[in-house]
Design a protein around this ligand. Structure first.
Ligand code: AMP
Ligand code: MG
Length: 486
């Protein structure tokens, strides 16, 4: 009955893979589910209609207490290099409740995060706290509005149960939507499986699901590596564009689809510093802003290793072929990054001094602790607060050079400005606003600030007068710190 009204169209295919790749189990029911957030826009986008379903029923569904008909929940197995060390992992606190097809047969994983222990939980409780789940909801939805490929967030339900961390916190379950949850780590897991067919099956499944055109290829494994490399370069350039720092780029947190996944210790950079790290556990700065492209390449090397048996029977030949593909990364990344930065500055055509112009601006921002987002807003005349820093002599000289370069575009200034407006957000989820909203939610049980922030973040490129307060960087110089989302 419910299924008919809502429009669930489950077609669960991942469980056709070998049983070593997942475990079937149900979410562990929770005591008192209560809806915190629900994303009606997203539900419509994927052709689900919850308009006839009240909040109580939504809470029952998205806590896992009442699974929709047609759902078959599984925890997926995977491995991963965490901070460089290989580990067997898997969904320790997540369950995929099914794959849903929209009207165009586009396939989405519907996944709960915080739904209880699984065979992969190791010693942890399988649960999640309200703050980090709302945080993932806010940041992932902000990323989507910023036009960065990402998993999405459909709902957050409070469980009515406590979770014990350093303090006692409220428990919650997030419903995450992804084009799939196949990770580099999933391939690493299949590679070391006792059953040699597991890798081939996962590979075929991935082609069918994400890259069906490659099925016709003469060397599909090499081509998969190439296409994932392109996707990751595109993704990282998008992160660099908006100042996003993922914070935990382990191979289990890198998708084959090219979507950003796993919003744990991630955060947006305020003042420009390439060495910025927010995560409390990243002492070496392995996942700093500047290192992100390098780490992506490192992760792709692990992906390539997993594909070797499918590239060529002779491992030495396979290594040679894969190495050739990976060798292209720096050149390809540099090209994409330069294109992206040129757009941020509204530069059209090629001038031999373009790269230098960009580097000079970044160095100035770094030396003067200028806000990354707002500096581009200032150049677009979209930042009107605290502009004193931009009267600095070196900056004014740079700006003159930039204005002269813009003239070489040979098009009206409005066209340059239009290019800039498309890639430079006015609004990002600034850490101090996110924290303030989360504090209200967790401590005062008041979600109004979260909702207000979510609304503002829906239109990051639009000049909306009432949103301009959200452009403010934090008052305090204190370094922001994030924690692995638990
Ligand atoms: P993450 O850092 O979120 O990518 O998580 C790394 C691994 O730890 C994944 O296998 C998670 O499922 C697992 N994990 C994280 N938190 C918990 C928890 N509270 N209970 C069980 N497993 C967890
Ligand atoms: Mg993860």
């Amino acid at each position: 009955m419910l299924r008919k009204q809502i429009g669930w169209k489950f077609d669960n295919t991942y469980s056709n893979l070998s049983q070593s790749m997942f475990s079937k189990l149900n979410p562990i029911p929770v005591k008192a589910p209560e809806l915190a957030l629900f994303n009606h826009d997203l539900s419509k986008e994927i052709d689900l209609d919850f308009s006839q379903i009240n909040n109580k029923e939504l809470a029952l569904i998205f806590s896992g207490n009442q699974l929709p008909e047609g759902s078959e929940s599984i925890a997926q197995a995977y491995a991963g290099h965490q901070f460089g060390h290989f580990t067997i992992l898997g969904d320790g606190r997540a369950l995929m409740i099914g794959e849903h097809l929209d009207k165009n047969k586009k396939r989405y994983d519907i996944q709960f995060k915080g739904s209880g222990k699984t065979p992969y939980s190791r010693n942890a409780d399988g649960r999640a706290a309200l703050g980090p789940m709302i945080r993932e909801y806010i940041i992932s939805e902000a990323m989507n509005s910023l036009k960065v490929p990402t998993t999405r967030s459909l709902a957050v339900v409070k469980t009515g149960e406590d979770v014990v961390r350093e303090t006692i916190l409220k428990g919650a379950i997030l419903t995450r939507i992804a084009s799939s949850h196949i990770r580099v780590g999933t391939f690493q897991y299949a590679l070391i499986s006792k059953d040699k067919n597991d890798l081939k099956s996962l590979f075929n499944y991935t082609l069918n699901r994400h890259y069906p055109d490659l099925k016709k290829s003469k060397s599909p494994a090499v081509d998969l590596l190439k296409v994932v490399l392109e996707k990751q370069i595109d993704l990282i350039c998008n992160w660099m564009r908006v100042g996003f720092i993922h914070g935990v780029m382990n191979t289990d947190n890198m998708t084959i689809s090219g979507e950003t996944i796993d919003y744990g210790p991630c955060a947006f950079m305020d003042k420009y510093n390439p060495d910025t790290v927010f995560s409390s556990i990243d002492h070496q700065g392995r996942y700093s802003y500047y290192n992100q492209p390098r780490v992506a390449k490192w992760n792709l090397e692990r992906f390539a290793e997993s594909l070797l048996p499918l590239i060529n029977k002779d491992s030495e030949v396979a290594i040679k072929i894969a190495t050739e593909v990976l060798k292209e990364f720096p050149k390809k990344y540099k090209k994409k990054w330069l294109e992206m930065m040129k757009k941020k500055l509204g530069l059209i055509g090629d001038d031999p001094k373009d790269e230098q112009l960009i580097i000079e601006l970044l160095s100035w921002m770094h030396q003067n602790k200028a806000d990354y987002t707002n500096t581009f807003c200032y150049l677009m005349k979209e930042y009107k607060q605290e502009n004193e820093i931009y009267n600095e002599k070196k900056f004014m000289l740079w700006k003159k050079k930039w204005e002269n370069r813009i003239k070489l575009n040979n098009v009206s200034q409005n066209i340059s400005l239009k290019i800039m407006r498309e890639v430079n957000p006015l609004i990002i989820p600034r850490n101090h606003f996110v924290e303030e909203a989360l504090n209200y939610a967790a401590e005062k049980n008041d979600l109004s600030k979260v909702r207000e922030l979510l609304k503002v973040l829906q239109n990051p490129y639009d000049d909306i007068a009432t949103n301009s307060a959200y452009q403010s960087p934090p008052f305090s110089e204190k370094n922001y710190m994030t924690y692995c989302g638990t």
